[in-house]
Ligand binder design. Sequence first.
Ligand code: SF4
Length: 169
Amino acid sequence: MMRLKLRIAGYTKESVVDGPGIRFVVYAQGCPHRCEGCHNPETWDFGGGKEISEDDLVSLISDTRLLNGVTFSGGEPISQAKEFASLAKRVKSLGLDIVTYTGYTFEELLEMSIKDIHIKRLLENTDLLVDGPYLASERDLSVPFRGSRNQRLIDVVKWKSENRMSDTD
Ligand code: SF4
């Protein structure tokens, strides 16, 4: 089997601001949204950052003690849905949960997931989704884990139990 590689801007081993509890954060490199006022424009270039193998990331995550979960942030993780979906599955098997940040809305992702099995898999393995682009006009640092008021915290696990989303495998 080919070893999967992810293109990342970097990672943080222990963060308390990117979702509930203590979290390992992986920052995807590459973002198509180009939000005005983005705090990380250096993550936009799909050729920037560095490559890291999924195996190396899984080792780094499993070597970090006391984690509640792993957060995928950006850049745009959805642009590497295949790679992040695969990583998410391995992270879940370690007993950790997944928070995914995306510049797409949840509705857009559901639509995209009809045609893209990897986006579907990434959603299936996401516990909490923080959706929508960063809007400078909606900037509000008092909303937990978000940068602007338009972004929502979506409990994907609850949504799945209330709506029929069939598991892929
Ligand atoms: S989605 Fe995030 S990383 Fe991408 S441009 Fe918007 S704020 Fe920046």
